[in-house]
Ligand binder design. Structure first.
Ligand code: F6R
Ligand code: MG
Ligand code: MG
Length: 379
């Protein structure tokens, strides 16, 4: 029997070291990724690739036919990250090997530090894909846009107008504290979904499927570095893949939630709420107060197991946030960021105590602990 090959989109990222603090991935590290991926394109392990950065995170976009969590694909990413981390160390770049938390590779990079979003699909006639990568923020930061895209008819007109979307969408949600998962169906369980995913520090949407045929529509990274390492080691800086059009949200509906900024956890020292700023690749670098947290969105078409490419064989990539339509969101991010920064270390600018548990403030509090004496109060 003839079984059509499935296509897998893998977006695997890692902070391997950066230039000028936690600012940007420098060229020598890009080159290591490009050289290795080109080599594996020639061997046929992958069909297409694109290397980019989200601030200080090196992002490897690979399209292939090996399936999700494949040991050769994950092994390739792991070896690139290790080689780039060695180079970062040699160049005395900042935070060399920051996200390489475990040393022994055992088949896939999940739970080892790098972030992963993957999606195996049966290619449709034309399949538009949007990948997102964020810096200086945590897993859970995509909960809000994913809800808007797949469950909010005020964002996604297709939920009302396209008969193929009336069936609704199913959300897989991971409880990152107890390491368990649940599937909730919208619109029927909209309120229950919100009850969970509004707590962005704990519950993370990992996957979205169309309800009537389980067609996979979105996939996002869920790993929380603080839970892997048991302490603060930099933020998760999550990645996400969404599939668009023809019975799914349009590319424009996938991007619409980013017309305004919204608040995410991360920013300076992973300890503050910050307004997310959608930017083109040229502005994918964090500066003020190590931020504001940035997000980039790249669009492409999958074709015959790869990324549709131009006549010279180069993958055709659209830098979707490099657009004046997101200027208002960028301005809002600056304005609201300034308001938060005026509050300095006072909540709600700083994260609440539950999240601060995984930051270096604990060492400061421990030092003070010994100096506390019983308080005589009027109660
Ligand atoms: C946040 C981030 C930075 C650092 C900050 C202090 O994800 O990476 O905000 O936390 O620059 O960095 P260190 O402790 O390396 O000096
Ligand atoms: Mg860093
Ligand atoms: Mg980062």
């Amino acid at each position: 029997m003839f079984l059509p090959k499935k296509t897998t989109i893998s977006l695997i990222k890692c902070d391997v070291g950066s230039l000028a603090g936690h600012h940007i991935v420098p060229q020598p590290l890009f080159r290591i990724a490009q050289t290795n991926l080109e080599k594996e394109k020639q061997t046929g392990l992958i069909n297409s690739y694109f290397v980019f950065n989200a601030g200080d995170d090196l992002e490897l976009l690979m399209v292939h036919e090996k399936g999700e969590r494949h040991n050769q694909i994950h092994g390739l990413a792991w070896n690139i990250f290790k080689e780039a981390a060695d180079k970062a160390l040699a160049l005395k770049l900042y935070g060399a090997g920051q996200d390489i938390l475990k040393t022994a590779f055992s088949g896939n990079v999940c739970g080892m530090g790098p972030g992963v979003a993957e999606m195996e699909i049966d290619e449709r006639g034309a399949d538009p894909i949007v990948v997102f990568a964020a810096d200086k923020t945590s897993a859970g930061s995509f909960n809000y846009p994913l809800f808007r895209i797949f469950a909010d008819p005020m964002n996604t007109a297709g939920l009302v107008i396209d008969p193929h979307m009336l069936c609704g969408f199913k959300f897989d949600v991971v409880d990152t504290v107890e390491n368990k998962t649940i599937t909730l169906k919208c619109p029927e369980e909209t309120y229950e979904l919100l009850a969970l995913i509004g707590t962005v520090g704990r519950y993370v949407v990992s996957r979205v499927c169309r309800a009537d045929d389980d067609l996979v529509c979105a996939s996002s990274s869920v790993s929380k570095l603080s839970l892997i390492a048991g302490k603060y080691v930099g933020k998760d800086d999550p990645v996400m893949i969404a599939r668009a059009q023809h019975g799914l949200p349009a590319v424009g509906e996938i991007l619409a939630p980013f017309m305004h900024t919204y608040f995410v956890m991360g920013w300076m020292r992973g300890s503050h709420w910050g307004p997310i700023m959608p930017v083109g690749l040229k502005d994918s670098k964090c500066t003020a107060f190590d931020g504001p947290p940035r997000i980039v969105a790249l669009g492409f078409q999958v074709s015959d197991g790869g990324i549709a490419s131009d006549d010279d064989g180069n993958p055709m990539i659209a830098d979707l946030f490099d657009d004046p339509a997101f200027e208002l969101a960028r301005r809002e991010a600056v304005k609201e960021g300034v308001t938060l920064r005026r509050m300095g270390e006072f909540e709600p600018a700083r994260l609440g105590p539950e999240e601060m548990e995984y930051t270096t403030i604990q060492q400061v509090l421990e030092k003070l602990g010994k100096r506390f004496t019983p308080a005589i109060t009027a109660q």
